[in-house]
Design a binder for this molecule. Structure first.
Ligand SMILES: Nc1ncnc2c1ncn2[C@@H]1O[C@H](COP(=O)(O)OP(=O)(O)OP(=O)(O)O)[C@@H](O)[C@H]1O
Ligand SMILES: [Mg+2]
Length: 247
């Protein structure tokens, strides 16, 4: 296997009882790639990420990270779930520090990164608040901050910006690109929003309805920052939209 592959998905099948969700899906994700996955509701996008972090086991097939069976304990990966999942017993600041403290990162670095992330995500005035005191989109920003702070090798994001208003979403899309560029992480970003996928991804996988396979992949080689009004951007967005609409 080439060393430029970060994640290898091999003949992955997942059934829940009689329900066949993922049907023999195979694809690779390159090191340092920003991959978006789009597909219809219920096709198994979250299921795929849950398999990747071993929350559930595949029915058949396997997922390799750096050539080894995926194991969240071994690999430096962070997961932003679809539902906000900040730790309710910790303040905003403590939530963001949490992963770094667990990894026993030096206090100076923890402080620097936490302050930077809190600034980046506009959480300054919520620093000492608890998640239940905040809106769902603010809570989601905490979780995003917790993941960004880790500088993960592999960042998994499951419709992370679904709850955000458009201004915040545009801002956070640029922030995830900045983080990706600064850290060289591999990013798997799931979204329903085709414009978002075309704005972010180097490559976009389009999934089918259940039983789910990879229907198509679209390479997006537009320069950054991307312009959503660029005719080339609009063309690609339309192409991906048609794939989802007509399949
Ligand atoms: N633990 C489970 N037990 C039984 N069925 C499940 C389980 N988890 C998911 N499913 C089913 O598997 C299918 C895929 O679900 P999944 O949540 O992965 O879809 P998704 O692509 O993430 O959808 P969405 O875009 O709405 O988030 C759905 O039909 C769902 O009902
Ligand atoms: Mg989902």
């Amino acid at each position: 296997m080439g060393s430029d592959i970060k994640v290898q998905v091999k003949n992955l099948t997942k059934k829940f009882g009689d329900l066949l969700v993922l049907d023999n899906a195979s694809f690779d994700i390159k090191k340092g790639e920003f991959l978006c996955i789009v597909g219809p509701t219920g096709c198994g996008k979250t299921t795929f990420l849950n398999l990747l972090v071993k929350l559930i086991e595949p029915t058949e097939g396997q997922i390799l990270i750096d050539g080894e069976p995926a194991d969240p304990k071994k690999h430096n990966l962070s997961f932003v779930f679809q539902e906000p999942s900040a730790f309710p017993w910790l303040t905003v600041e403590q939530n963001i520090r949490y992963g770094l403290e667990t990894k026993k990162v030096a206090e100076g670095i923890i402080k620097e990164r936490t302050d930077q992330i809190i600034g980046l995500l506009g959480l300054e005035k919520f620093r000492k608040s608890y998640p239940h005191q905040l809106s769902a989109s603010t809570e989601q920003r905490i979780v995003i901050g917790r993941s960004f702070a880790m500088h993960p090798d592999l960042l998994l994001m499951d419709e992370p910006y679904g709850q955000m208003d458009i201004k915040l979403r545009y801002y956070l899309e640029d922030e995830v690109i900045k983080l990706w560029k600064a850290t060289g992480s591999t990013v798997i970003f799931i979204t329903h929003n085709i414009e978002e996928a075309v704005y972010l991804a180097e490559r976009c996988l389009v999934l089918s309805q259940k039983p789910t396979t990879v229907k198509s992949e679209v390479v997006i080689d537009l320069e950054r920052p991307r312009n959503i009004a660029d005719p080339r951007f609009i063309d690609i967005r339309q192409k991906v939209t048609d794939m989802i609409k007509w399949w």
